[in-house]
Design a protein around this ligand. Structure first.
Ligand SMILES: [Ca+2]
Ligand SMILES: [Ca+2]
Length: 347
C-alpha cells in the first residue's frame, strides 16, 4: 500500500511539474569495453544493454523509438563513417546516432564492434568510452545519462567453458593416458572467435589442484616442441604430438583420485579472464568432511582462512567446494562463513 501511494505521488509530481510527461530512457547497463587483442584484423567491441523501459517507473517503451550514440574521452560524439562502415553495414551516410535494432554485420542491439585495420590504428579513445540512450517520441527526444567505461577497466573477453571432456586411461605399455576436451576454435561466451595467441589453459585435479607439467618428465623428450621449464599453464598454440589443445597425453599416470578438469584463460595486456573449471568425474567421488574446506581431513581454524581466501577470489591451491558449502544451499558464499564458525564453536 505504501508503495502504491508513493507511486501515485511520484506520477502526480511528474505530470504536475511539466505539462508533458517525459519518458526518459533508463541508463544503459553492463557497459564494458572488450579488447580482443592486437592483430592484423584486430577486433574490439563495446558491449552494453538497453532496457527498453523508462527510467522513472520502468514502463515498457516501443523499441523502434530508441537510438543511441557513442562518446569518447571529452564527451565527443563518435561518427560512424560511410568510408569505414558503409561497405559492410549498408550505411549510406555518416551516422552519429544509431537506431536500436540496427543489426548488420558490425552492429546489433547491444554490441558495437570496432574494427582496427592494423596495430597503428588504435581505438579512437584514450581514456574512456561512453554510451547514451535516446527515446524519440512525438518529436520529443529524451536522453539517458552518458554511461562511461574506462580503459583501465578493460576486461578481456570471457572464454567459453571447455566441452566434451573425455578421459582414457593408459594401458601402461603402448599408449599413455589421454585427456581430451573441446576448446577449438577458442570462442568467448557470446561465440566470438578469440585470438589464439591470447588463449591458454590449465588442467586441474580432485581438490581444484592445478597440474604441473614437469620439465623432468617432459623436457628430455621432444614431444613438447621446445619446453624449457615446468609448466602449469599451456599456451593454446602448443600443438605437438603429445600435447595439443584439446588432447593431452600424460607420459605417466597422473595421480588423481576422482576427477580431472580444464580451465581456459584469455589474457590481454596482462589482464586475464577465466572460464569456469569444468570437471569430468572419472571415479567415484571420495567422502568429505563438512567444513573441511582445505581438504586436510580436519575442521580447524585453517578452514576459515581457506574459506576467506576463496570468498575473496584467491582460492587456495587445495580446496573442496563440497565441504565449503557448509549450509548446504548448493553455493559457496558468505553465509557459509557463519555456518563454518558455528560448526567450529560446536553450536
Ligand atoms: Ca581442514
Ligand atoms: Ca552455501
Amino acid at each position: 500500500m505504501k508503495k502504491l501511494l508513493l507511486f501515485i505521488a511520484a506520477v502526480a509530481v511528474a505530470f504536475g511539474a511539466s505539462a508533458q510527461f517525459e519518458m526518459k530512457p533508463a541508463n544503459p547497463t553492463d557497459v564494458k569495453w572488450q579488447d580482443f587483442g592486437s592483430s592484423i584484423l584486430g577486433q574490439s567491441n563495446l558491449k552494453f544493454k538497453i532496457s527498453l523501459k523508462d527510467a522513472t517507473f520502468g514502463i515498457p517503451l516501443d523499441a523502434e523509438n530508441f537510438s543511441y550514440s557513442i562518446f569518447t574521452d571529452d564527451d565527443q560524439i563518435f561518427t560512424f563513417t560511410v568510408a569505414e562502415y558503409g561497405g559492410i553495414a549498408g550505411i549510406t551516410e555518416d551516422m552519429t546516432e544509431i537506431p536500436y535494432g540496427f543489426n548488420k554485420y558490425s552492429m546489433n542491439d547491444s554490441i558495437v564492434f570496432f574494427y582496427r585495420t592494423n596495430q597503428e590504428n588504435p581505438p579512437f579513445f584514450t581514456e574512456r568510452i561512453g554510451i547514451q540512450v535516446y527515446y524519440n517520441y512525438n518529436g520529443t527526444k529524451t536522453a539517458s545519462d552518458i554511461v562511461y567505461t574506462y580503459l583501465d577497466q578493460v576486461m578481456p573477453a570471457k572464454p567459453a567453458n571447455a566441452t566434451d571432456l573425455t578421459w582414457t586411461a593408459g594401458d601402461g605399455t603402448n599408449w599413455s593416458p589421454l585427456f581430451q576436451f573441446d576448446i577449438i576454435p577458442p570462442v568467448d561466451v557470446d561465440g566470438n572467435t578469440l585470438l589464439q595467441a591470447n588463449v591458454s589453459y590449465s588442467i586441474f585435479f580432485d581438490y581444484n589442484e592445478r597440474y604441473t607439467f614437469l620439465y623432468s618428465e617432459y623436457g628430455p623428450y621432444d614431444y613438447l616442441g621446445g619446453m624449457t621449464g615446468d609448466m602449469d599453464e599451456l599456451p593454446f598454440s602448443l600443438i605437438h604430438g603429445y600435447l595439443a589443445p584439446g588432447a593431452i597425453h600424460f607420459l605417466n599416470d597422473p595421480q588423481f583420485i576422482w576427477r580431472i578438469g580444464v580451465q581456459v584463460y584469455y589474457t590481454v595486456d596482462g589482464v586475464r579472464n577465466s572460464s569456469d573449471i569444468v570437471y569430468l568425474e572419472v571415479n567415484d567421488a571420495p567422502a568429505y568432511l563438512l567444513g573441511d574446506v582445505n581438504a586436510d581431513h580436519a575442521v580447524t581454524i585453517a578452514d576459515v582462512t581457506a574459506l576467506i581466501d576463496f570468498l575473496l577470489g584467491n582460492p587456495p591451491a587445495r580446496y573442496d567446494e563440497r565441504a565449503a558449502d557448509v549450509n548446504g544451499n548448493g553455493d559457496v558464499c558468505i553465509s557459509d562463513m557463519t555456518a563454518l564458525i558455528d560448526l567450529l564453536l560446536g553450536s
